[in-house]
Design a protein around this ligand. Structure first.
Ligand code: C2E
Ligand code: MG
Ligand code: MG
Ligand code: MG
Length: 276
């Protein structure tokens, strides 16, 4: 029994597997150092209204690696989730985003912009999550009403009661919540009604072929109708063409995000349209 388990264990750790484990550990160590050496950067992507006026931004993290160059979040966020590094990383993102809000609040042209930050499951599930956010808001002086947190369906489905409690507590001070990648999960209507949410984000996978795939078009229309009937705002992500924008607009969408309006860029390159 023990022998066969041992043999299985040995077989599991084949050379490829071992190489992957080593690679992962190296990346984890590098990210740990990267955090300490301040190698992370926030890029900002505009969110616009029907008239293409910038109403806010989404903060998207990148890793400016000394050798690898600019590393996209999908190359290190999942690892950060698994190792727990997402906790200091998430705190860093929140701090920088809040400080940016504070600097915008000093000018009339930018004081109304909202800042959306992505929150990972592990971050949100910490018992002290709410307290950490409240502390960060207080320490930075950021206006909670300008802060939006993007959560995913899977994150909310696992412990819905706990999620509702946390969201309610933050909503009470003015923080808003958006459901990211909406349509890719399993949310039911009744369940959506329970959550203290303000916005749904149509996943870019539906926006991409909205003009050519009748199923994607139906999903986009359904999300827009759902938002309307539940009193939630809807933002479409991944809008790349005028055709996609027009279709979404026709079906009631009032918030857009995508390369058509601007790619995620470092703060110095962010053009805030009329507000700039
Ligand atoms: P997301 O929150 O759904 O972000 C949208 C992604 O779509 C971003 O990729 C953005 O650059 C990309 N995008 C925006 N407009 C367009 C478009 O018109 N066309 C196309 N093809 N793509 C577009 P990015 O920056 O690589 O981020 C990927 C994911 O990484 C994010 O998905 C989010 O889940 C995660 N992420 C990014 N920053 C953070 C962070 O600070 N914390 C956490 N926990 N996750 C983050
Ligand atoms: Mg997002
Ligand atoms: Mg998304
Ligand atoms: Mg996505």
């Amino acid at each position: 029994e023990a022998k066969s388990a041992g043999r299985n264990t040995l077989r599991f750790f084949d050379p490829t597997m071992q190489a992957l484990v080593t690679q992962r550990t190296a990346l984890e160590l590098e990210l740990r150092h990267g955090l300490a050496r301040d190698e992370l950067v926030l890029f900002y992507q505009p969110v616009v209204d029907q008239d293409a006026r910038v109403v806010g931004v989404e903060a998207l993290v990148r890793w400016q690696h000394p050798q690898r160059g600019l590393v996209a979040p999908l190359a290190f966020i999942p690892m950060a989730e698994q190792t727990g590094l997402i906790l200091p990383l998430g705190q860093w993102v929140l701090r920088v985003a809040c400080l940016q809000l504070v600097s915008w609040s000093a000018q009339a042209a930018t004081e109304r912009l909202t800042m959306a930050v992505n929150v990972s499951a592990r971050q949100f599930r910490q018992p002290e999550f709410v307290q950490q956010v409240l502390t960060m808001l207080r320490q930075t002086g950021a206006n909670p009403k300008r802060l939006k947190m993007e959560l995913t369906e899977s994150l909310l489905l696992t412990d819905t009661q706990d999620a509702i409690a946390k969201m309610s507590e933050l909503r009470d001070v003015g923080v808003r919540f958006s459901l990211d990648d909406f349509g890719t999960g399993y949310s039911s209507l009744s369940y959506l009604k329970l959550l203290p949410l303000q916005q749904l984000k149509i996943d870019q996978s539906f926006v991409r072929d909205v003009l050519t795939d009748p199923n994607d078009a139906a999903i986009a229309r359904t999300v827009l109708a759902l938002g309307q009937s539940l009193g939630l705002g809807v933002v479409a992500e991944g809008v790349e063409t005028v055709g996609q924008r027009d279709f979404l607009l026709q079906h009631g969408c009032t918030r857009f995000q995508g390369y058509l309006f601007g790619k995620p860029v470092p703060i110095a390159q962010l053009r805030l349209g009329g507000a700039d």
